[in-house]
Design a protein around this ligand. Structure first.
Ligand code: NAD
Length: 260
């Protein structure tokens, strides 16, 4: 359904971004992937994505915590493919600490990557999408874009921010064939969650298996982690023609967490 489209997926060397990249490649979209990691394993990822969909995949390792990095990413995508039809703002980081001890530089870093990078990237692609009367922007927010949890003040603020940003920009794109939606996952099994298990164990002073049972999946009534494939399939739907009327939404994929 996405043959001939070009997609940029931020933070796609790992986790949810990589799952979305795989799904978009499988649906026929050319890709620019982005993120950090070991160059050899990123090159392998790039080749396997090309094979997944008979598409062209480029890698751009720009640091999106800086506006200049976002500009480089989008300019490189346009130079290589002519245009960006699908933008997935996914790159994100987490830090778990009580607010009174929350490191100021990590507050700034989380707002910069999880919120401001999506603004800079959207700003850079939006005029072209409007001109061509087609655009798909998918923001990977979180259940924490809809509800809060203790010790995650910066993350919850950034994710609520991106849900608000999604609504505002959806209104701006609505008459131009440009849709903007937020996916709000609960817990998805990725390296980011693995790291949080350690941090939560420290913050609450309890063991790992208790963190999984009593904190992470306690919030998620279906008692299972979502998969990156589930998130990828939703992103493909939103990016396809079938998603044309879905815009301005914040879609929970959270096993009924936010239904509480
Ligand atoms: P992850 O740590 O597995 O992947 C994050 C990706 O972002 C990696 O490719 C990493 O290299 C990249 N990245 C990190 N800093 C970057 C920077 N400064 N510039 C460019 N790229 C950078 O994390 P994940 O779990 O896949 O999370 C992806 C997104 O999904 C995040 O926005 C996260 O908040 C959101 N999310 C995750 C979960 C979950 O349970 N895993 C739940 C809800 C929302």
């Amino acid at each position: 359904p996405l043959a001939g489209r070009t997609a940029v997926v931020t933070g796609s060397t790992s986790g949810i971004g990589l799952g979305i990249a795989k799904a978009l490649a499988g649906a026929g979209a050319n890709l620019v992937i982005n993120g950090f990691g070991d160059p050899r394993s990123i090159e392998q990822t790039r080749l396997s994505l090309e094979a997944a969909g008979d598409v062209t995949v480029r890698f751009d390792g720009s640091n999106l915590a800086e506006p200049a990095g976002v500009a480089t990413l989008i300019e490189g995508a346009v130079a290589a493919f002519g245009q960006v039809d699908i933008l997935v703002n996914n790159a994100g980081i987490q830090h778990v600490a009580p607010v009174e001890a929350f490191p100021v530089e990590l507050w700034d870093a989380i707002i910069a990557l999880n919120l401001s990078a999506a603004f800079h990237a959207t700003r850079a692609v939006f005029a072209g999408m409007k001109e061509r009367s087609f655009g798909r922007i998918v923001n990977v927010a979180s259940a924490h874009g809809l509800v809060g949890s203790p010790f995650k003040s910066a993350y919850v603020a950034a994710k609520h921010g991106i849900v608000g940003f999604t609504k505002a920009v959806a209104l701006e794109g609505a008459e131009y064939g440009v849709t903007v939606n937020a996916i709000c996952p609960g817990y998805v099994w990725t390296p980011l969650v693995e790291k949080q298990i350690e941090e939560q164990a420290k913050a609450h002073g309890i063991a790992r298996d208790r963190v999984v049972k009593e904190i992470l999946l306690a919030a998620q009534p279906n008692k299972r982690f979502a998969t990156v494939e589930e998130i990828g399939a939703l992103a493909v739907f939103l990016a396809s023609e079938a998603g044309a009327s879905m815009t301005g939404t914040a879609i929970p994929v959270d096993g009924a967490w936010t239904a509480h």
